[in-house]
Design a protein around this ligand. Structure first.
Ligand code: NAI
Length: 400
């Protein structure tokens, strides 16, 4: 079968995906970038050349993959028709524009993939894909397969390393694709990471790594006096007692939400959703020096060595926190507010999430949570299920 792939995006991940996919037999790749003049710049920079993916394998060896996509455009009417696989590789705030742009041109039985999906992808997809996407399957990945960055825009991208494994959830919605879904995506990205299936899409949502950033921002900056600081504080290594305690509580609320869903709908297998501390024990056991508590585990995880808070420099070479960074602007509306929405439908109280959101929305100048309900005027900027007409737990578990 010929896979006709549409890549949506134009950043680091989109460069890697485009390069790898275009090098496979029987995969034809169109790229759609809606951001400013990015498509034109990419097309012109590539011109008649081949693009290069410089891929550092697990064993440290380097592989050079050269290829060319079929088309790079900002015009959905040219890029979408005929495509049977669509992969979003772009930050979540840009997803809405892509959903709206592709919906009129989607053919029946298309497979739509979020690589990564980030929380609420499925709700937004169902709402915005409309008639065209009524029989689209929705595949949500928990993260990007690689740590990667563009070397030369449009020409060369580096894969610093693939993940070991990467989980996804698939919602078929009656879709009858021409190819086996997971196997085909694996073929497109190559053999690493090994793609696996999570039990269901709700556990992918409740496990998102967006969970750690807003509570840590809140815990660090809630009492900040507004004065610039001399150094950029360490993000994980500097984790204070308050933030660690809040993270523990938020994580417990997510686990309770998973349990409540399983209790009401026993065939929803939610056992993937585990407490953050258990997650560290499973995923970072080699890198953590002190596993005595969640706080110490996060502070002593060598994978985080030297990572600092997102900061802006002031004219006198001091620093203030950068609240426009994705830890706030993405991880609240496309993270914390989505978790809160799912917990609300599951009937689980979330005082720790609420405290975080109430601080965060003030900093962002937005209103999501008002009088204990997700009813603020800016809910339309979020991906909570309620925004997309999912108003009960029944609605959530019936999305399959
Ligand atoms: P990126 O930072 O390269 O994305 C930038 C792209 O986003 C731009 O090229 C443009 O296509 C789009 N964009 C930027 N501003 C826009 C705007 N105002 N309107 C519309 N589109 C706009 O993203 P990257 O690195 O490809 O990552 C994709 C996702 O994967 C992100 O959610 C990121 O957090 C996640 N991720 C990235 C990793 C990496 O190593 N690059 C590792 C793990 C996750």
């Amino acid at each position: 079968v010929l896979v006709k792939l549409l890549v949506c995006g134009g950043g680091n991940g989109a460069h890697v995906l485009t390069g790898l996919a275009s090098s496979r037999h029987n995969v034809k790749v169109n790229v759609l970038s809606l951001f400013a003049d990015e498509a034109e710049r990419w097309r012109n920079t590539l011109a008649d050349n081949h693009s290069v993916v410089n891929f550092r394998e697990k064993d440290g060896s380097n592989k050079i993959i050269t290829s060319r996509p079929n088309m790079i455009t900002n015009d959905a009417s040219k890029a979408v028709p005929g495509c049977n696989l669509v992969i979003f590789t772009v930050p979540a705030f840009a997803h809405e524009g892509y959903f709206r742009a592709i919906a009129p041109y989607l053919e029946p039985n298309t497979v739509i993939v979020g690589l990564p999906s980030q929380p609420g992808f499925q709700f937004q997809a169902c709402d915005l894909l409309g008639m065209g996407g009524r029989t689209s399957a929705i595949v949500s990945f928990e993260s990007l397969p690689w740590a990667c960055r563009i070397g030369t825009f449009g020409r060369e991208v580096q894969v610093l390393g693939p993940k070991d494994t990467l989980a996804c959830a698939i919602i078929m919605r009656g879709c009858k694709p021409l190819f086996p879904v997971l196997k085909t995506i694996q073929y497109v990205i190559g053999k690493e990471p090994k793609l696996t299936m999570a039990a269901n899409y709700l556990s992918i949502n409740l496990l998102a790594d967006a969970v750690v950033h807003p509570p840590m921002m809140y815990g660090t900056w809630k009492d900040w006096d507004g004065k610039p600081v001399a150094e950029k504080p360490l993000f994980y290594q500097g984790l204070n007692e308050f933030s660690a305690d809040l993270l523990d509580k938020v994580s417990t609320e997510l686990v309770q939400t998973a349990k409540a869903i399983h209790q009401k709908y026993p065939d929803m297998d939610m056992k993937d959703v585990i407490h953050l501390f258990d997650w560290y024990k499973l995923n970072y056991k080699e890198s953590i020096k002190d596993m005595s508590s969640l706080r110490m585990a996060m502070k002593t995880c060598t994978a985080y060595d030297g990572l600092v808070h997102p900061m802006k420099e002031t004219p006198d070479k001091k620093f203030v926190p950068d609240f426009t960074y994705r830890y706030m602007t993405e991880d609240i509306p496309f993270g914390m507010v989505v978790f809160r929405g799912i917990s609300e439908l599951a009937g689980v109280p979330t005082p720790a999430m609420d405290e975080t959101i109430i601080w965060g929305q003030k900093i962002l100048g937005k209103e999501f949570l008002v009088n204990g309900k997700l009813q603020g005027k800016d809910m339309n900027l979020t991906r909570a299920p309620q925004r997309f007409h999912f108003n009960s737990l029944f609605d959530l578990v019936n999305l399959r």
